[in-house]
Design a protein around this ligand. Structure first.
Ligand code: ADP
Ligand code: ASP
Ligand code: MG
Length: 585
């Protein structure tokens, strides 16, 4: 007998027939002797329909009233499912988030869960009942002491389920949905997407934040941080689904369930060299040719960044182990001879990274990292961001100072500090899945002074307005007085408020200005084996070049490579990359 938390999404409970089918499945499971806590979403498109209704009344409805409205969707489905179960002779009781005691922050529309009370659920389970809980909602105590209904953010029922599994110490959390599990990419975008039997929580976190909306990223964060046994399965049949692997089970700390320290490690990698190629032609195939040559020369490239620029030429910057610098230099120089461009390199560099879960989803973290380095007077040569890691390349003489600053700001102990760790990912696939994020826009902040603390001030001001940046890229090229550009991508819905937020900062830097980039799509490849297998990025660039797609921006992190392309090229590019890595096989 096991204690299981099972979650059924909107499509799975989208009609009376589907609710009855789900009830049958649950009833069979209960008869097998399991204790069951069920989480459900609102039926079908209910949440969207409620939002449309609200917008017909008000352009900017109060967030509190939006939560009041949206939370009703889940209340309908828990009641109906509970009725269906009782009808089958399986005793069941429904509960809202407040009835359970899912206590959240007060931030309406995006509240994080602080605590899940378990006594009421456990009492009902002891009575032999199936407990049906409303997903996506919780309760917070307002400053006046009254309780308020909150919601967790769209797709948040997955997070409710994993939070319940964590608090109840359940044997497993099963997410039932309208696809057979986690696939190599979104089957709505690529017909030949294939089921993965397993992947790590880190891989899933990257994919989920890069557009694979099959799981709410915060649900994966919780599973990773607390070592929850998490599965994604089909609501329609008994196929085996996908298992997410994480580390050992961990007890809940005092910080609040979802607020547990998001940064759990700092890593220093010495003996790095940076190569910067600027003024190279901006046309399809250049990145592919360059990195194929390096890969044929057995040079494993670590971080790669291609920034946006004025005019029709590109800058590409990347890092390698410094033992390969001489060979890489001669390879690059002979390529530049053919296609033109300027070569620069810097030896004696160090990469410093923080790791954790949901890093870029919490805008304050990157800001805090940059700020702590800035306060120690450390200049950032390169920045690479992702959901599980943020890396900065700095001068090697600053390494120990950087470690000290970071472990102080993030309160890390000695065991969480790794110096020159061995490369991870041997035996794992270089690319396990690919994702398309169509919802992205790009903004460039041009001609800003090249001083320490710039990245930090931009990130801090945006983070204070709760705006998450995705990719942050500092330009290689400098203007006459040393000024640089910084470009970043963010959710299109946050672009207007980002521009408003940045305006006062720009006013402080005479000559600087904001530039709206084109509408973009981001295509990303994710795999734990990426650090161990040379040439993965080159393959991705080749796939796009063969499809005649120009890459606007490149940003990599340890287990992911992302390429920003024009909006029109997104779907074609995703299909090309999926096929090139033979994920359809
Ligand atoms: P639910 O209502 O059950 O929560 P969602 O619509 O939130 O379901 O998530 C399931 C959908 O996620 C699928 O229908 C699929 O189109 C989409 N999806 C995106 N990327 C992936 C992926 N890599 N694997 C599986 N599904 C994906
Ligand atoms: N019903 C909510 C939504 O549509 C929560 C969820 O389905 O996970 O976003
Ligand atoms: Mg969902």
């Amino acid at each position: 007998m096991a204690l299981l938390v099972q979650k059924f999404g909107g499509t799975s409970v989208g009609s009376v027939d589907r609710i009855k089918a789900v009830a049958n499945k649950i009833s069979t499971n209960k008869d097998e002797g399991n204790d069951l806590v069920i989480v459900v979403s609102a039926m079908g498109q209910t949440t969207d329909e409620l939002s449309v209704l609200a917008r017909k009344i008000s352009k900017s409805p109060p967030q509190r009233e939006m939560d009041m409205l949206l939370a009703t969707g889940e209340q309908v489905s828990i009641a109906l499912l509970s009725m269906a179960l009782n009808e089958l002779g399986t005793p069941a009781i429904s509960m809202t988030g407040s009835q359970v005691g899912i206590v959240t922050e007060s931030a309406h529309g995006r509240a994080r869960i602080l605590e899940v009370k378990t006594d009421r659920i456990l009492n009902k389970l002891n009575d032999g009942k199936v407990v049906v809980v409303a997903g996506f909602q919780g309760t917070s105590v307002s400053s006046g002491g009254t309780s308020e209904i909150t919601t967790l953010g769209r797709g948040g029922s997955d997070t409710t389920a994993v939070a319940l599994a964590t608090a109840l110490n359940a044997d497993a959390c099963e997410i039932y949905t309208d696809v057979p599990g986690v696939l190599t990419t979104d089957p709505r975008k690529v017909k030949s997407a294939k089921l993965m039997s397993h992947l790590s929580c880190d891989e899933m976190l990257e994919l989920a934040s890069l557009g694979a909306a099959v799981l709410h990223p915060r649900a994966v964060e919780l599973a990773r941080n607390y070592g929850i046994n998490l599965k994604v399965l089909s609501s329609w049949d008994d196929s085996p689904g996908t298992e997410l692997t994480s580390k050992k089970r961990k007890a809940i700390g005092r910080e609040g369930l979802e607020l547990g320290r998001p940064v759990d490690g700092v890593e220093l990698v010495e003996n790095q060299a940076v190569i910067a190629l600027s003024h190279i032609p901006d046309k399809p195939g250049i990145a592919a040719q360059l990195f194929e040559n390096l890969s044929e020369g057995n040079i494993n490239v670590d971080l790669i960044i291609q920034s946006t620029h004025e005019g029709n030429s590109n800058d590409i910057t990347f890092t390698i182990n410094r033992k390969n610098l001489v060979k890489a230099t001669s390879l690059c120089k002979s390529i530049l001879k053919e296609m033109g461009g300027v070569f620069k390199s810097q030896d004696n560099m160090t990469k410093i990274s923080i790791s954790g879960a949901g890093i870029m989803g919490r805008p304050g973290i990157a800001a805090k990292l940059f700020d702590s380095l800035y306060r120690s007077g450390i200049n950032l040569r390169l920045i690479a961001t992702s959901e599980v890691k943020v890396s900065c390349v700095i001068d090697s003489s600053e390494g120990s100072k950087a470690i000290k600053a970071i472990s102080n700001s993030f309160k890390l102990n000695n065991e969480q500090i790794a110096i020159n760790p061995i490369i991870s990912g041997f035996g794992e696939p270089a690319v396990r899945g690919v994702a398309l994020d169509p919802d992205q826009s790009q903004i460039s902040v041009r001609k800003i002074p090249d001083l320490p603390g710039i990245a930090s001030s931009i990130c801090s001001i945006l983070s204070d307005s709760c705006i998450c940046l995705d990719t942050i890229v500092q330009s290689e090229r400098q203007y006459k007085n040393g000024e640089r550009d910084i470009s970043f991508t963010l959710k299109t819905s946050e672009k207007i408020s980002a521009k408003k937020t940045l305006a006062p900062l720009m006013a402080k830097w005479p000559g600087s200005y904001l530039e709206d980039g084109p509408s973009i799509n981001r295509i990303s490849a994710v795999g734990s084996g990426m650090p161990a297998i040379a040439g993965t990025a080159a393959k991705m660039f080749r796939a796009l070049a063969d499809a005649n797609i120009n890459i606007v921006m490149i940003a990599t992190s340890e287990i992911r490579t992302s390429c920003v392309v024009s909006e029109d090229d997104g779907l074609k590019g995703l299909n090309a990359v999926h096929k090139y890595f033979q994920l359809d096989k």
